[in-house]
Write a protein that binds this ligand. Structure first.
Ligand SMILES: Cc1ncc(COP(=O)(O)O)c(C=O)c1O
Length: 387
């Protein structure tokens, strides 16, 4: 037993993808040509107008703390974006700028979940959520989902898996790792079911904007009591800047602010000034072009994986991942991913990070590499499968 380490650390799970990433980087340092399809961040640089805003801030401003809730002008710009995109009116005082969606998830859970409670979420899903809850003495209530419900929870599943200590329901649309989405009727019904049972709805909308069908709804259109989590990381291409936001119910605003003061003091000042340019008119075409590029990559990778014999029951509708069933080739995705990397230099993520019930049979391919690189990756993968 290590006396320096608290008991709770036994339940905080590591990422297999990190092991794969480290090995991929080591191989790269040794001179191997590695194709990265394991990483959950866009390969594009931060859009130029956002970079310029960040530079201007560094040159012209004193980089001091901002208010814990964020720059008022950024909170207002985020609220205005909800009006423009979704036609919903959100009081900007309910918007809190956070260090990424990670900070928003922590604030939302810390504000509303009691020790001993659980939050229902889809399995497969983003693994950090369960670890945030564990830090708070709470737990994830995983609900196994698959193609039959588009890898999402729905109102019937919420009813079936509800227990007295369920505090609420968390969804991500588009989702990680499946890239699946919740359309308006399903989202509205799930929120209504959650609230009918006295639960809290948590909507992780970090991949919004990266949807390849009709625009997706925000939970704010259906509930003023939901916590809505979002970020500048993915659609706005700002992963390393560490800026995101939380929209909290009005009754929680004071508590969330108090938590933010204690946990973060403030989100990076430079990142906040840069993020203001995310909503500038000159940034919109850059983001739109990137969405189109992601759509083309999605089509290419999805078709390529099907051709090689992977099973992907639903074409992903958003984010930048294809979650492929690899049972035609292996029943151990971790061994497969390690082997694939060593022999071919193609890095992908085993489903085990995301999926307790079927992770061994799945691989997550991220289309965060250029078309040429993905084409090369698929050729190498084909050779590997035929060996
Ligand atoms: C579903 C989901 N939520 C939240 C996050 C956290 O992102 P960030 O803290 O960079 O905004 C991620 C990152 O990959 C994610 O996939």
């Amino acid at each position: 037993m290590n006396l320096l380490i608290a008991e709770r650390m036994q339940s905080v799970t590591p990422f297999y993808v990190m092991e794969l990433l480290q090995r991929a980087q080591e191989l790269q340092r040794q001179g191997r040509d590695i194709i990265h399809m394991e990483i959950g961040e866009p390969d594009f640089p931060t859009p130029e107008p956002i970079l310029r805003a960040g530079e201007r801030c560094l040159r012209e401003r004193d980089i001091k703390y901002t208010p814990a809730a964020g720059l008022p002008e950024l909170r207002q710009a985020i609220a205005e974006d909800y009006r423009r995109r979704h036609g919903v009116s959100v009081d900007w005082r309910r918007v809190f700028v956070t260090p990424g969606a990670s900070g928003a998830l922590l604030l939302a859970f810390a504000c509303s979940v009691n020790p001993g409670e659980t939050v229902m979420m889809a399995d497969p899903g983003y693994p950090c959520n369960a670890n945030f809850l564990r830090l708070l003495g709470a737990e994830a209530r995983w609900v196994p989902v698959g193609a039959a419900t588009a890898y999402q929870l729905n109102a019937a599943l919420a009813g079936e898996y509800w227990l007295p200590r369920v505090r609420g329901v968390l969804t991500a649309s588009p989702s990680n790792p499946a890239g699946s989405v919740l359309h308006e009727p399903e989202l509205a019904a799930l929120i209504a079911e959650t609230e009918r049972r006295g639960g809290v709805y948590y909507s992780d909308e970090i991949y919004q904007g990266l949807e390849y069908g009709p625009p997706l709804p925000t939970a704010l259109s259906f509930s003023e009591q939901a916590f809505v989590i979002n970020s500048f990381s993915k659609f706005y291409g700002m992963t390393g800047w560490r800026a995101g936001w939380l929209v909290a119910p009005e009754a929680c605003a004071e508590s969330v602010e108090r938590l933010a003061q204690n946990l973060f003091l403030s989100t990076s000042t430079v990142a906040q000034y840069a993020a203001l340019a995310a909503f500038a008119p000159e940034t919109a075409p850059v983001l739109e072009a990137r969405r189109e590029e992601f759509r083309a990559r999605r089509d290419f990778l999805y078709a390529g994986l099907l051709r090689l014999g992977f099973s992907v029951p639903l074409p992903p509708e958003g984010a930048f991942y294809v979650y492929a069933d690899c049972r035609a080739f292996t029943e151990d995705s971790l061994v497969f991913a390690r082997d694939l990397l060593e022999r071919t230099g193609v890095a992908v993520t085993p489903g085990l990070d995301f999926d307790r019930h079927a992770g061994k049979y799945h691989l997550r391919f991220a289309y965060t590499a250029s078309m040429d690189k993905m084409a090369d990756g698929l050729t190498r993968l084909e050779k590997f499968l035929c060996r």
